[in-house]
Design a protein around this ligand. Structure first.
Ligand code: CA
Length: 251
């Protein structure tokens, strides 16, 4: 459970601190027009910018277009359910860390727990108070602000641009398949750390995907083949009985 934060002062302070950059952008995904309007009114009053989507498919489109800082995601939505939207958000490299709060009706409480399992950061049950919602939003935004999403990753002579999805080594462009891209991204976010095949499966393929741990070896091989040019150092280290790491040190 999140700590409850009664004071509005903290939130104002945070929003003011942020306003030099820009106000946090919230995507409200809600098919009940009256509730969406109420949320927009109250969130804008609290210093947020608000975008809206009325169904699951539109939500994914809007997320790609406006790149919100946080998504308020209704559970029951037309076209595509909130839970499926959440899965898609977590599956995509550039939205994997996007904070998501699932909004459920009381009768859907059991489902909400399932929602958290599929990757929502938190959930709130209708009807809710704005104070309760703001407390959750604040906690999530603070967490994501302290660890800002890096757009550009660098390791040794490898550069990864997450915005343009480009990878290069020594200035030479490298073309990676989607899985190898996510694998390398994960390694570059945790350089020199050794991960087991199971950990890599969980982080890169997702906990719901069931594939053999040996699949990791196949993609590691492809990754090596793509990033290691003639005479270049192999930066993927195999650690016997433990797993793999992105490292420049020899075994
Ligand atoms: Ca709904």
């Amino acid at each position: 459970m999140l700590p409850r934060c009664g004071s509005q002062l903290g939130l104002r302070f945070m929003l003011e601190a942020n306003s030099t950059l820009s106000k946090p952008l919230v995507l409200v995904v809600e098919d009940e027009a009256a509730l969406a309007t109420m949320l927009r009114y109250n969130l804008e009053k609290q210093g947020f910018r608000v975008e809206e989507a009325a169904d699951g498919q539109e939500a994914l489109t809007r997320i790609a277009e406006v790149q919100p800082d946080l998504v308020l995601l209704d559970w029951m939505l037309p076209v595509m359910s909130g839970i499926e939207v959440c899965r898609q958000i977590r599956r995509r490299t550039n939205t994997r860390d996007l904070p998501v709060i699932m909004v459920t009706a009381r009768s859907e409480d059991q489902d909400a727990v399932r929602g958290l399992n599929t990757g929502a950061d938190d959930y709130i049950t209708k009807p809710f108070s704005m104070d309760a919602l703001l407390a959750r939003m604040r906690a999530l935004l603070r967490r994501s602000n302290t660890v800002p999403t890096k757009v550009r990753l660098q390791f040794h002579d490898i550069t990864m641009d997450l915005a343009s999805h480009r990878v290069s080594r020594n200035g030479r462009p490298i073309h990676l398949g989607p899985t190898e891209f996510r694998l390398l991204e994960f390694f570059m976010q945790h350089p020199r750390r050794v991960f087991s095949r199971e950990e890599l499966l969980d982080a890169v393929w997702g906990p719901d995907i069931h594939v053999e741990p040996r699949t990791v070896d196949v993609h590691i091989r492809r990754l090596r083949k793509s990033i290691n040019g003639e005479g270049e150092l192999d930066v993927v280290r195999t650690v016997r009985a433990a797993g793999y790491a992105l490292d420049t040190e020899p075994v």
